[in-house]
Design a protein around this ligand. Sequence first.
Ligand code: ADP
Length: 293
Amino acid sequence: MSVAVSLQNVYKHYNRVPVVNDLSFEIQSGEMFGLLGPNGAGKSTTIRMLTTLTRPSQGEIWVAGYDVVKHPLQVKRRIGVVLQQTSVDNDLSVWENMEFHGRLHHIPNPQRQQEIDRWLEYVDLVERRNDPVKTLSGGTKRRLQIARALLHQPEVLFLDEPTVGLDPQTRRRLWEIIRDLNRQGMTILLTTHYMDEVEYLCDSTFSESAVPNRIGIMDGGKLIELGTLKEFRQKHGEGLVMKQMQDRWDYKFFPTLEAANSYLDQQPNKMGMMVRPSNLEDIFVELTGRNLD
Ligand code: ADP
């Protein structure tokens, strides 16, 4: 197993305030790594450092075998990046956007045209290839961004909040694309503040890859939890008893669903109580004492 991304004691300060605070983790080749956290947690700043857009104030970052500060060009050649702000050129057509990116990466013809066709087909945009980008919907633009990010055959793909602001159907479609890319062996780091997104994309139970997909939870610039969804549930408890108090729910974790059920059975008064399997949101609330949104 080889390491695709490595951060060691990374800090980023803005006006002396650490917005990324002693961050260390590694991503294995072939892994889908979900960086989850509320707005302001430092996820985008982390992705900006990993993709050479901003320098770390302290610490070391290696991507695809290169130090991001010492060898940013080598890193850029080996990564695909989809940032939150749609960065495609609205005045150009779909094909022109791809062509421009392909030329920037010095991909020679006829390979460039073959790769453009391949990736436009992959994201289902062949029929829109001559349309100006300004006529595309938000979700379609995002698919173009993904196709463009893959054109130069990157080793690692970075997706910053890939489905923010998209309708549920479009999100599902993008999820399928992202999951399929990972199944083909692409290493992916995605940031999100959507629980369901990481639950869907980073659930190793459904992954055919030998590398387990993991989730890192960030809060206040720090990594507060790291592991697979299964490990999180095993650590915090797979069963949950909920009890309705006046205006809120009281949560109690149990190692298994059976243990939660037998606890409920023993209660003389079961009014307002229920049992269910725990999920990522429960664990996040347990860790931080608050909801994400
Ligand atoms: P997230 O992506 O998790 O929402 P960000 O990385 O965007 O978090 O932001 C983390 C913190 O850093 C926020 O408090 C934000 O205001 C601050 N921040 C981000 N970029 C800058 C900047 N260029 N200058 C000053 N503060 C910044």
